[in-house]
Design a protein around this ligand. Sequence first.
Ligand SMILES: C[S@@+](CC[C@H](N)C(=O)[O-])C[C@H]1O[C@@H](n2cnc3c(N)ncnc32)[C@H](O)[C@@H]1O
Length: 204
Amino acid sequence: MTSTLERYQRIAPLYDLLDLPFEYGRYRRIRPLLFEGLSGHILDAGVGTGRNMPFYPRDMRVVGIDLSPAMLARAERRRALSAATVELRHMDVTRLDFPPASFDAAVATFLFCVLANDLQVPALRELRRVVRPRGSIRLLEYVRPRSRLRRLSIAVWQPWVAWAYGAGFDRNTEAHVSEAGLEILDARFVVDDLVQLLTVRVPG
Ligand SMILES: C[S@@+](CC[C@H](N)C(=O)[O-])C[C@H]1O[C@@H](n2cnc3c(N)ncnc32)[C@H](O)[C@@H]1O
């Protein structure tokens, strides 16, 4: 079976091209919402090719981590587009090499729809550990849509998305948040009933 690492090593050279219609049709409009009201030292988990970078506010110091060196190499090229200071590290979100409370906040975009179900809680616990008490975690994720029509269209896309990205539309990240000891402050749809922005708080 192909691992997540192998998948992203394979798809990295094509990732931005394949994602282009979604990036410009959907994501660019919503990425800035992630950073509203955040400042200081921020973790971008699963930074990918660095698509969030143009939206990092100037006064942030961001550390982007990713499992795939090939995706990180693409992100490195995009670093110049960021107004913030950006450091990139090769790391697994379920085993972060940072001391507790290292960050003021963490963001992850389309990471949890890629992580297998049994990794969701361990990854959320790691984010909880490295973000300071009362800090924020923001997640932008695909969720299983309510409408039948969208579920049908997703069923058509699912085999390709699973093969290429290892992504699923059936992850229940919102439910795993409380299991990881985090508190949901806000959960709202930002693209139809497909993409959700979750704002979560670390207890403290
Ligand atoms: C769908 S891409 C999203 C990339 C980027 N956040 C974006 O918004 O375009 C998912 C990314 O998560 C990374 N990833 C998958 N599993 C990971 C893990 N366990 N730890 C860190 N990164 C991981 C992949 O290598 C890939 O770059």
